[in-house]
Write a protein that binds this ligand. Structure first.
Ligand code: NCD
Ligand code: ZN
Length: 480
């Protein structure tokens, strides 16, 4: 029995970024040990018949807000990761705008303790990169962060925006670690000024939200962040790309060789300003869902590699927090981790992208960008058995009330979709089976920081960092 597998998934269609093929997948000790024809498989303790299902690498959602600690009425690690499991998502990266924000090693350790006790899927934790946390960067790295998050603009949680000066210093410090900095790239001062004027003018309607954050806030922020990344060598990731216009600075920076990546979310691809009348405050999110003309260029950018991946910005809030009449008082964001795969598979079914493209955007690319490939994000021997078995032909209608998320309100309510994850496995264990949560899966999730292998740091202009120019030997040298 030495070579026998724990689990065999037979008769499914395995999907990789290059191809779709009929194959069995053998799993032992949480890892894939064989992918191939049925007669090449080892014997197994259990066999699951995947006839009619596609076997996909579990999605890696690098942008979720699970609100824990801090806002248990919106979400916690158990409800958030249950939503992930139902959505075919096997790894999530959680944002630091919890209470308290994840900006010290002590707070990080406390969040690790919560997550490891409740999570149904694997996870990474972002450390907060702000004006006051630069000194904590080494300790946050030692404490196990997957990367850093920097808020260039105000959003839910009101985390202060660092000055450009602080950002440069922060980038200098993070550059030496090789970790990637994910950016909420909207320029705060522009938005603050416009919101003040809009409020003074009496605008409280949902579309005033777009007016307060025109695409120029993203163009300016992406351009500025790219300049700082280019100067320091820091790796950056642009979160929630919402506009056609910010693609130009993104493409230009990539062409210059800046190590930057980008994501967009289903709501920027599939919703538009035309949906504000129907959904009102429910659709309020930062950055805003914009005019319809942005959708096609975002799809194009996914196809040509300008945008590297799909994430959700899963941002749950309570119904009462989403339905206030004055748009400025509505909490920003809505749940998404559970619906990304059905929404994107609907687009696959419609011929908008191939299913191979989809697994590249949802699994392989995020794994590569955060140094988890090929342990995560791919179906091949040696990889973690993080899989989702989807019924690509299943047609259903989104019902907010049935979401696993504690937030039962989204602008996806009533939407017809085609494609549904039927089972989800994390490191060989079913966490969701036949559309039901597996009872002992809570606490199975583990932090992936320990398997992260970023390429060696590439530091630029090291002689001009604040650290270099303020060091004591340098001062003595100048005095001599
Ligand atoms: C996010 C949240 O609620 O935490 N809200 C949002 O509108 N996207 C914060 C964020 O990602 O900007
Ligand atoms: Zn954000």
């Amino acid at each position: 029995m030495g070579n026998s597998a724990d689990l065999l998934i037979s008769n499914g269609l395995v999907v990789t970024p290059d191809s779709v093929f009929a194959a069995s997948v053998a799993i032992k000790d949480g890892k894939i040990i064989a992918v191939g024809s049925a007669d090449a498989m080892p014997t197994a303790a259990e066999t699951v018949d995947a006839t009619g299902l596609h076997v996909l690498p579990g999605a890696i959602d690098v942008h979720v807000h699970f609100r824990d600690p801090g806002y248990p009425h919106k979400e916690d690690w158990a409800s958030g990761t249950a939503a992930a499991a139902f959505g075919g998502v096997t790894t999530v990266f959680d944002m630091p705008n919890t209470i308290p924000p994840t900006g010290t090693p002590e707070i990080l350790a406390a969040k690790h303790a919560i997550a490891s006790s409740k999570a149904h899927v694997d996870y990474g934790l972002y450390g907060l990169l702000g004006e006051d946390t630069i000194e904590a960067v080494p300790a946050l790295c030692a404490g196990g962060v997957i990367g850093f998050k920097c808020y260039m603009g105000n959003t839910f949680g009101k985390i202060p925006t660092p000055s450009t000066g602080a950002m440069l210093e922060a980038f200098e410090v993070v550059a030496t670690t090789g970790k990637r900095i994910s950016l909420h790239a909207e320029t705060n001062s522009i938005m603050e000024r416009r919101e003040t004027r809009l409020r003074a003018a009496g605008r409280t309607d949902p579309l005033a939200h777009i007016a307060s954050r025109p695409a120029v806030v993203a163009i300016e922020a992406v351009s500025r962040a790219a300049i700082l990344a280019e100067w320091t060598g820091a790796r950056i990731h642009i979160l929630h790309i919402s506009s056609a216009d910010e693609l130009r600075p993104l493409r230009e920076a990539k062409a210059r060789g800046v190590d930057l990546t980008g994501e967009t979310c289903p709501h920027y691809l599939m919703l538009s300003s035309e949906d504000y009348a129907r959904f009102a405050g429910v659709i309020r999110v930062n950055p805003p869902v914009r005019e319809k003309r942005n959708q096609e260029p975002l799809w194009q950018a996914l196809a040509d590699g300008t945008i590297d991946l799909i994430a959700t910005d899963h941002a749950p809030h309570a119904p009462g927090e989403k339905t206030r009449n004055d748009i400025w008082t509505v909490d920003c964001g809505f749940p998404g981790v559970e619906l990304q795969m059905p929404l994107m598979l609907t687009a696959v079914n419609a011929g908008r992208l191939s299913i191979c493209d989809y697994v590249r955007l949802s699994a392989a690319s995020p794994a590569r960008i955060w140094g988890l490939y090929p342990r995560k994000g791919v179906i091949q021997p040696g990889a973690d058995a993080d899989l989702t078995l989807v019924d690509l032909a299943r047609e259903w209608t989104v019902d907010d009330a049935k979401l696993q998320s504690r937030s039962k309100i989204s602008p996806w309510h009533g939407r017809a979709v085609k494609g549904l994850p039927m089972h989800t496995l994390v490191r060989g264990k079913f966490v969701m089976r036949e559309r039901a949560l597996v009872s002992d899966a809570r606490g199975w999730g583990r932090s992936v920081h320990s398997i992260q292998q970023m390429p060696p740091p590439v530091v630029r202009n090291p002689d001009q960092t604040l650290q270099a120019v303020t060091s004591v030997p340098h001062r003595q040298g100048q005095a001599a």
